[in-house]
Design a protein around this ligand. Structure first.
Ligand code: XIL
Length: 370
């Protein structure tokens, strides 16, 4: 007996053929990726990624679907590359760069020198350089080795991270600054040396100053530093605004705080600098534990914050500090008192999108082209 398909089966078969060919009328259009929405406006969209996630197919899938760039969560930091003076280990940073290369992604380098004693290796903190020249020689050796690698994918470096004390606004003291006569000397030197080692990369100063209460000294200190660098002719292209909310909650981004924050960003772009949003996530430490409520507040804040920042044509990059909740650094760095899992990034721990993902899409769609 020959099998005769019913009319309904024939129609279904035709519909799936059309859908497979990408010309179905009824199938929902695939929603554009965040990377493509960003690219339409002249922006780059991406995420932090760590070398463990290189063996997580679900994470990789999200990165490849949504992102045009990655940044290493820890693999380009001095404490990973040279935790002790004996040897340098580039394997983990190179593995992430190779992943970027193989998949046609760009990469941001984070960070040449995290100018903060808490995050410098002990052997640097304990070094007593005999002179400025000795400290400069050590920085030159390190910078040349790090910034010259993987230049085909690394299009931008955070040359210096977090050099401004968030309480006083003064530059932090390190073994380098003690030898070189001050923090500004170290920072200026590192930018010039990175420029030599990676002449095609754009160079940023990266920090976590923000709109949050009590951050005025931090913002002032960063402006002072940027002014000083401009005066010295330091080759700096951009301010990296990490965009973590550390202690302020998403529902505390009040009109007054928006005004203060905007005044800060106006000053930065007024100096001729670009803006990179380098580490965006939203802290929900003190929000009501109800997940739906948190997701709503986080999405609202995301759209408002990114809306404001993307209105500046000087904003060029926007990177998340991770894509899925369970891997977010905030789960352990700033855990909730009630032990409930935090929801700081756009995908939940099952890799499903939350309202924050659509909020980013809306902000990108609303952004002016640059
Ligand atoms: C964090 C990483 O996410 C953690 O895994 C690590 O233990 C500490 O550093 N600002 C920065 C990033 O510039 O480098 C930090 O990354 C998060 C805050």
């Amino acid at each position: 007996m020959t099998f005769t398909p019913s009319r309904r089966e024939t129609l279904l078969g035709a519909a799936s053929l059309l859908a497979a060919a990408g010309c179905s009328q009824s199938a929902p259009a695939p929603s554009p990726s965040l990377a493509s929405l960003a690219a339409e406006k002249g922006l780059k969209f991406g995420t932090a990624m760590n070398s463990r996630q290189l063996s997580d197919p679900r994470y990789i899938d999200l990165v490849l679907k949504e992102c045009a760039v990655i940044v290493a969560e820890n693999e380009h930091k001095m404490y990973t590359i040279q935790p002790s003076p004996d040897a340098m280990d580039f394997s983990r940073g190179d593995a992430l760069a190779a992943f970027a290369r193989e998949n046609g992604l760009g990469m941001r380098g984070h960070t040449v020198v995290w100018h903060h004693p808490r995050w410098l290796p002990d052997w640097i903190n304990n070094s007593v350089f005999g002179s400025a020249a000795e400290a400069e020689a050590e920085l030159t050796r390190y910078i040349n080795a790090v910034a010259s690698r993987d230049q085909d994918v690394i299009y931008s470096w955070d040359v210096i991270n977090e050099a401004v004390d968030d309480q006083t606004g003064e530059l932090r003291e390190t073994s380098y600054s003690r030898a070189m006569g001050g923090g500004a000397e170290v920072i200026d030197f590192c930018f010039r040396q990175t420029k030599e080692a990676a002449p095609n990369a754009t160079l940023a100063y990266n920090d976590y100053m923000s709109w949050e209460p009590g951050t005025q000294n931090h913002r002032r200190g960063v402006l002072r530093l940027l002014e000083e660098l401009k005066k010295r002719g330091t080759p700096i292209d951009a301010l990296g605004i990490q965009s973590h909310s550390n202690y302020g909650m998403p529902d505390e981004f009040t009109a007054e705080r928006k005004r203060e924050w905007k005044a800060f960003v106006d000053e930065v772009v007024g100096m001729g600098l670009d803006i990179y949003l380098t580490e965006f996530d939203v802290n929900d430490t003190r929000l009501d534990p109800d997940p739906a409520l948190r997701d709503r507040l986080i999405a609202t804040y995301t759209e408002e914050y990114l809306g404001m920042m993307l209105d500046y044509p000087q904003t060029k990059d926007i990177l998340l500090w991770g894509m899925v909740d369970k891997d977010s650094w905030l789960q352990t760095f700033l855990p909730r008192d009630d032990g409930v899992e935090k929801r700081p990034v756009p995908w939940d721990s099952d890799y499903q999108p939350k309202p924050m993902r659509e909020a980013i899409a809306r902000a990108l769609k609303a952004a002016p082209a640059r």
